[in-house]
Ligand binder design. Structure first.
Ligand code: AMP
Length: 396
């Protein structure tokens, strides 16, 4: 269990509570196209309201790079949150985030009211953890709550800097839940513990592979990153994704797995095509590919091999698709893994980002134990790092 002060440990009655959420949702023409992150934030907001806090919400949205960009305003989030909560979320539209509008709105708050500040990344200091903006944010608050797991791996003003200027700092329910699930899986797993890693690049998951090899019973590799391992073992991989700088590393990891007695599973067959296109003719290859072919998914034998490896698992952590799942003709491997996870009697944890998107779009979302709201944050957690946004909160 996370040993940090939580919203259950603090008294917020009549106090101004600055709550950092992760409202970084996809928007198309001002319409929120996936509101999972808003829904995930509701329990903490409701708790703070029920306890009589004056709840001041803040978040970043996209990358405005320190400039007010109307298309990255949090205004649509205020509207949707008001509907989801059944009470007004007043939007304080200051380009400098903590300006006259925000100050007046906070001044006028009654216990249980909610105000949402403008996109914190409208201020250039936000991502540099600058002192002036950290102090501005802190000036609005008696208490700080961080519930933004998706940004917990970043030391920014609204996640870390502000904590230096507010006495009482706690984590919200979402942050607590994310860390508890990931932490229990990695540090205290029911065994067999299987990790599945896929996605495009070995380089982005080096430290995850290295750390998980100390913990898991089986490590399953798929997706674009598997071809670097295949090439390291002497296979011809045609035009497939590869990172030649990581061939030695791939060999090292295979040797480390062997030394640790960890089963290290790589694809035994591959669905290949000559073009990166859903309609490109494809075939299944065992072993080497032709020079003009590229691997776009794991093959049928690999699907069966991976399903069998998952059958008796008791804990599974999955990060990264098995192929180009966005193209239906190359999504079978990712679907097979999602199906296997949906069927087994195990704690199944999906890292955020593409794996979460894959599981949700393929319709398996409600079959998983936990789908993380943070891609980068869950990866850093799996690397064994302490997240700065969590480290900055007071211990219990
Ligand atoms: P990542 O962000 O590293 O987790 O990678 C996710 C992306 O990897 C998705 O957009 C997939 O389409 C892509 N991907 C997975 N397998 C392959 C592959 N065999 N070739 C090219 N891209 C792939």
């Amino acid at each position: 269990m996370l040993n940090k002060k939580s919203v259950d440990d603090i008294n917020v009655k009549g106090k101004r509570v600055l709550c950092r959420c992760d409202f970084n949702v996809p928007l198309q023409n001002g319409v929120i196209t996936d509101e999972n992150r808003l829904v995930a934030a509701l329990p903490t907001i409701k708790k703070l309201v029920a306890d009589g806090g004056k709840v001041i919400l803040c978040s970043h949205l996209g990358k405005p790079k320190g400039e007010p960009k109307p298309e990255l305003s949090l205004a649509p989030v205020a509207v949707r949150l008001s509907e989801l909560l059944g009470q007004e979320v007043k939007f304080a539209a200051d380009d400098c985030v903590v300006g006259d509008n925000a100050k007046a709105a906070v001044e006028a708050m009654k216990d249980g009211d909610i105000v949402l500040l403008q996109n914190t990344r409208y201020r250039a200091e936000e991502t540099k953890n600058g002192e002036a903006f950290s102090k501005d944010l802190a000036s609005l608050a008696d208490v700080f709550v961080n519930d933004a797991f998706g940004t917990a791996h970043r030391a920014h003003c609204s996640t870390v800097g502000v904590t230096q200027f507010v006495d009482t700092c706690a984590v919200g329910y979402l942050m607590q839940k994310e860390i508890d699930f990931l932490g229990n899986a990695v540090n205290n797993p029911a065994r067999p513990f299987v990790a599945i890693l896929g996605g495009s690049k070995v380089s982005s998951k080096i430290s995850v592979i290295n750390n998980l090899l100390e913990k898991v019973d089986t490590l399953i590799i798929g997706g674009g990153m598997s071809y670097t391992f295949a090439k390291a073992q002497g296979q011809e991989i045609g035009k497939s994704l590869v990172e030649d700088d990581y061939l030695d590393y791939a060999k090292e990891m295979i040797a480390k797995a062997e030394a640790k007695g960890v089963k290290f599973l790589l694809p035994v067959d591959t669905v290949v095509a000559k073009e990166f296109n859903n309609d490109a003719p494809s075939r299944v290859v065992e072993g080497s590919m032709e020079p003009d072919e590229m691997g776009l998914d794991i093959g049928p034998k690999t699907r069966e091999l991976y399903k069998a490896a998952l059958a008796d698992a008791k804990t599974v952590v999955w990060n990264g698709p098995m192929g180009v799942f966005e193209m239906p003709n190359f999504a079978k491997g990712t679907v097979a893994v999602a199906e296997a996870l949906a069927e087994i009697d195990a704690t199944t944890i999906i890292g955020g980002g593409d794996s979460a998107a894959a599981v949700n779009t393929l319709g398996f979302g409600d079959k998983m134990t936990h789908i993380s709201t943070g891609g980068g944050a869950s990866l850093e957690f799996l690397e064994g790092k302490e997240l700065p946004g969590v480290a900055a909160i007071n211990d219990k």
